[in-house]
Design a protein around this ligand. Structure first.
Ligand code: FEO
Ligand code: CA
Ligand code: CA
Ligand code: CA
Length: 698
């Protein structure tokens, strides 16, 4: 079934099975993705064994020096008195399991979502709705800096790669430039060496291969030109604003932990300078014109650790997968113990200043940051939301104590670049409102008809211009900011099913949290289902909706409900905000989220467990179409959908790790996207637009 009518989007299942869905990996991900992207995170023990109990002894074993930072009086972490929430989440009980075939919608699909859904499929292509067109904006290896050579995968060098677009594009931002141009900023999360180098030997990488990989990580900024008649975008090589940031670019550590003993190394006795950024997953764009980038699975690049604090972050005891420690001792924890403390932060990048030194903000805590998204309180202070993408880990928010200034002067820009250095970091605790006995782990709705409840933001530490204050008993402020997972354990935060992207809806103000999956939920001694994570062995994930008085900086309480419980709509455990389930697209493993100009939620997936390739979906968040989920595109073989940006005239997506199927190599590719047979598979950015020149989905 290639086409779906507007109200006939129910897709027949079962779909085509893929090799990756049967080998025991999380969601439908290939074993190769697990190895290269996450360092097989899902095969390690769950790092959060805390039971949220006291972990001071764990920290004590990791700290050999006395903290320099001031530890102030501890406040109770449970008090968190605050304002009541602005509004209860929309009730959505009755329709969840009701017969739906007689449903007669009273209006057209939500504005922005009026397209014919794409059917699930396993085509090695980006498949878009009828009436839409696409182009590849930029591929791995395309030269963007002056002097960079044309891409030659048979003779790739580190010097060439440092001037070319990096590998495995994830987060994307488009910033305005005017005159028909925009500035594209992209994350390059990680490298797939077996798909990059002919004859790659994982046991014996060469120095050149390792240095190419360093240069293929990081960020790219590249100016793109808009086509006057369509949504097509074309890269502008050699533009002065084009820039590469790699695993060896100098960064400044800023905020409350900068300069602390925990961040000092033999190469940097100041604890304020670090080379490179690693595993940048998703991110965000700030209202002051910079971009934020989450350092996610940084643990996999480090070798030979035996410390308990490192175990909480999944850092291994033996050699690393890529063997970088053979070429730079900073990746060997046994030789350089604090280097690993300098990764796992939110990076801020000023794409309008190609000479700027990017920063790592310690005030936003150290964990596997999936993303960082920002909005301003009514008095102009940034609030940043961020998820820690690990099974049974937490999500966080940071509220700055400083106000954004308007203007473009150097002084204003410098002030705004310091906004994320002072403020309070909070972790989320969620409480369900239904009796625990009604949450049976199957996804069956409790008697009140909703997975919902209340939540609080528990303060962990506050950074000020005079120093920092810990709110966690037994931890100094610098320990909270460097070992943030341990602070969350102590605070009694709620263990979630892999909190990935988290983003406020700019139209409604509600916050959406994508929880990708957690097949360990309720398995063995792992935490059982709860109202916020209601399915044991959760392989399809869900989406949480938070309602809070977000414009008040002191807001510490929120209401929550599950907006979407993903899977095959025929599965009784799924839920689409009460919308009739025979009229939605199947979805599995929600990952990145974005909003269009109308406030519809767009969801990209990572690891479809329903036999289709990953995709991008739009769903209405309000009105009588709330919950109507429609697939907009699908990915090539092995690829994850990343970085969606939804503008009036175009949808921009990052096609990450195409061809990443277990056993695939340069010689034996699983995908030949985007250039066809005989050409090496290349991660790339794709723009999609309407052929008739009209806006997306209207
Ligand atoms: Fe890089 Fe959590 O995905
Ligand atoms: Ca309930
Ligand atoms: Ca992601
Ligand atoms: Ca992901």
């Amino acid at each position: 079934m290639g086409k779906q009518g507007d109200y006939k989007v129910r897709i027949p299942l079962p779909l085509i099975s893929t090799p990756s869905s049967s080998d025991g990996h999380q969601g439908g991900r290939s074993a190769m993705t697990c190895l290269y992207r996450c360092g097989n995170a899902c095969f390690h023990e769950v790092p959060n064994t805390s039971g949220n109990e006291y972990v001071g002894d764990v920290i004590a074993s990791a700290l050999s020096r006395r903290s320099l930072m001031r530890t102030a009086a501890v406040v109770t972490v449970a008090a968190a008195a605050g304002a009541t929430v602005a509004a209860a989440p929309q009730a959505h009980a009755a329709t969840a399991t009701a017969p739906t075939t007689s449903y007669k919608p009273s209006s057209k699909a939500a504005r922005g979502l009026r397209y014919t859904p794409v059917a699930p499929n396993t085509t090695d292509a980006v498949t878009v709705p009828d009436g839409y067109a696409q182009n590849v904006v930029i591929r791995w290896g395309e030269p963007i800096l002056r002097g960079a050579p044309a891409f030659d995968p048979e003779r790739q060098t580190a010097a060439a790669q440092a001037g070319q677009f990096g590998y495995n594009n994830d987060f994307l931002a488009l910033l305005p430039l005017g005159h028909g141009r925009q500035l594209l900023v992209a994350n390059h999360e990680y490298t797939d060496e077996v798909l990059m180098f002919r004859g790659y030997d994982p046991a014996n990488p060469t120095r050149e291969q390792v240095e190419v990989a360093w240069a293929a990580h990081g960020l790219s900024a590249v100016v793109v030109e808009e086509d006057r008649k369509s949504g097509k975008l074309s890269a502008v090589p050699r533009h002065p604003l084009n820039r590469r940031v790699t695993a060896t670019t100098e960064f400044r550590l800023t905020g409350p932990a900068a300069g602390s003993d925990l961040l000092k190394t033999s190469a940097d006795p100041t604890g304020t300078k670090v080379l490179g950024t690693l595993n940048n997953c998703s991110g965000g764009t700030t209202p002051w014109g910079t971009t934020l980038h989450g350092e996610e699975n940084f643990n996999q690049y480090f070798a030979n650790s035996s410390r308990a604090t490192d175990k909480r972050y999944g850092i291994g005891t033996g050699a690393s997968e890529r063997k970088w420690e053979r070429f730079d001792k900073r990746f060997d924890v046994a030789q350089e113990p604090n280097e690993v403390h300098r990764f796992g932060y939110v990076v801020e990048f000023d794409p309008y200043d190609p000479t700027s030194t990017p920063r790592k903000h310690t005030a936003l805590g150290r964990f596997k940051h999936e993303a960082a998204t920002v909005r301003l309180t009514s008095d102009g202070r940034p609030v940043v939301y961020s998820g820690d993408d690990e099974r049974f880990d937490y999500f966080y928010k940071f509220v700055s104590s400083k106000r954004m200034k308007k203007g473009a002067s150097r002084a204003v820009r410098e002030h705004n670049l310091s906004l994320l250095d002072e403020g309070t970091l909070y972790v989320a605790k969620l409480t369900g409102d239904s009796p625990a006995i009604e949450i049976d782990g199957t996804g069956k709705l409790p008697a009140d008809g909703e997975f919902d409840g209340s939540g609080e933001w528990i303060p962990l530490a506050t950074a000020t211009s005079d120093g920092a204050v810990s709110h966690v008993e037994g931890m100094t402020a610098e320990e909270v900011f460097v070992f943030t997972r341990l602070a969350g354990d102590k605070a009694g935060a709620t263990k979630m099913d892999r909190p990935e992207d988290i983003q406020p809806n700019p139209v409604s103000g509600k916050v959406y949290v994508a929880l990708t999956n957690n097949t360990n939920r309720g398995v063995g001694s792992n935490a059982p289902a709860d109202e916020a994570n209601p399915r044991n062995a959760n392989k399809h994930g869900h989406i949480l909706e938070l309602t809070e008085r977000w414009n008040r900086p002191e807001s510490k309480r929120f209401a929550w409900s599950l907006f979407l419980v993903a899977g095959d709509p025929a599965d009784p455990a799924t839920y689409f905000a009460g919308f009739p389930k025979d009229r939605v697209s199947p979805i599995s493993c929600p990952d990145n989220v974005a909003f269009d100009p109308y406030g519809n939620l767009w969801i990209s997936t990572d690891g479809n467990q329903l036999g289709s390739h990953d995709g991008l979906f739009g769903v209405a968040t309000k009105g009588d179409r709330r919950g109507e989920l429609k697939q907009f595109l699908t990915m090539p073989t092995g690829a994850e959908t990343c970085g969606p940006v939804i503008q009036d005239r175009r949808v921009l997506v990052a096609v990450q790790h195409p061809g990443e199927i277990t056993g695939a190599t340069v010689e034996n590719p699983a995908s030949t996207w985007p250039d066809g047979p005989g050409k090496i598979v290349r991660p790339a950015v794709v723009a999609v637009w309407r052929k008739d020149g009209a806006d997306i989905g209207v």
